[in-house]
Design a protein around this ligand. Structure first.
Ligand code: HEC
Ligand code: HEC
Ligand code: HEC
Ligand code: HEC
Length: 148
């Protein structure tokens, strides 16, 4: 082994240890996201949603095999299909920055226009419930709003 390769493999091991310990400098991919946005909502009237990020993204049959770009997109709404650990990931509320809760017809009815999508409440429900309508996921309020 050349000296340079030796150094590279040491560097590789150090990175692997950091990754394993979850100390990687970039944004970590969460296993579960507690959806409790206190900037969007003054108070949560519904039980908190615990979103199983890991289960949604893991390959079938262990997970649901949903790709990153189904939920994460850029400032033009274009899917971020190549997103990976370490990339900077923007919170939905950074762009869908309208505060406060609407009503279920905001996401049960026809697709909202760009202005309505400014609402965080609407954008999140349209993403989650919209896919669940197509892929037979949970649509009832208490199937997502579970944590007392
Ligand atoms: C597929 C999952 C899902 C379903 C089904 C769902 N919600 Fe939500 N809901 C969410 C998520 C995620 C948020 C965002 C919470 C946050 O980030 O703080 C949210 C937020 C809310 C909020 C604002 C926060 C609060 O607790 O006051 C209300 C109100 C709400 N949902 C009502 C409903 C109602 C009513 C239904 C049924 C008609 C429903 N939701 C169905 C996922 C879901
Ligand atoms: C089913 C929808 C969905 C899929 C698929 C998905 N994500 Fe997420 N992801 C979310 C939501 C919702 C959040 C919380 C965003 C927020 O707080 O506004 C999140 C948060 C994150 C965060 C944390 C951001 C932070 O600063 O806390 C990272 C990193 C991330 N996702 C990466 C990925 C990668 C990489 C993939 C593909 C392997 C992926 N996501 C697939 C919905 C999804
Ligand atoms: C960098 C800014 C940005 C971020 C971050 C962002 N969005 Fe969007 N989103 C947009 C834009 C721009 C559009 C296109 C609006 C239009 O159709 O006019 C859009 C469209 C949407 C739509 C409607 C199109 C569709 O796919 O059905 C949904 C739902 C949505 N976003 C949900 C989310 C969720 C959930 C998150 C967080 C996981 C998120 N967005 C993060 C900018 C953003
Ligand atoms: C692109 C598709 C897609 C999107 C977007 C999506 N889901 Fe799902 N979700 C699924 C599928 C598929 C299942 C599994 C359905 C089954 O097999 O029973 C599921 C199951 C679930 C379940 C029940 C089982 C579990 O894993 O806890 C919850 C709760 C859930 N999703 C919440 C959410 C929330 C909250 C969001 C938005 C932040 C979301 N989902 C976005 C596809 C999606």
């Amino acid at each position: 082994m050349s000296k340079r390769l030796g150094i590279l493999s040491v560097v590789g091991c150090v990175i692997a240890v950091f990754l394993a310990a979850g100390l990687y400098a970039g944004t970590n991919i969460p296993d579960t996201v507690e959806m409790k946005n206190e900037k969007a909502f003054d108070q949560h009237r519904m039980p908190i949603v615990e979103f199983s990020h890991q289960k949604h993204t893991a390959d079938k049959p262990d997970g649901y095999g949903v790709s990153c770009g189904e939920c994460h997109h850029d400032e033009n709404g274009e899917p971020l299909t190549d997103l990976k650990a370490g990339d900077e990931v923007h919170h939905c509320f950074e762009c869908h920055s309208g505060k406060g809760a609407g009503t279920p017809k905001d996401f049960m009815g026809p697709p909202p226009d760009a202005e309505a999508l400014n609402s965080y409440y609407t954008a999140v429900h349209v993403n989650c419930v919209g896919c669940h309508k197509k892929q037979d996921g949970p649509k009832a309020c208490n199937q997502c709003h579970t944590k007392k």
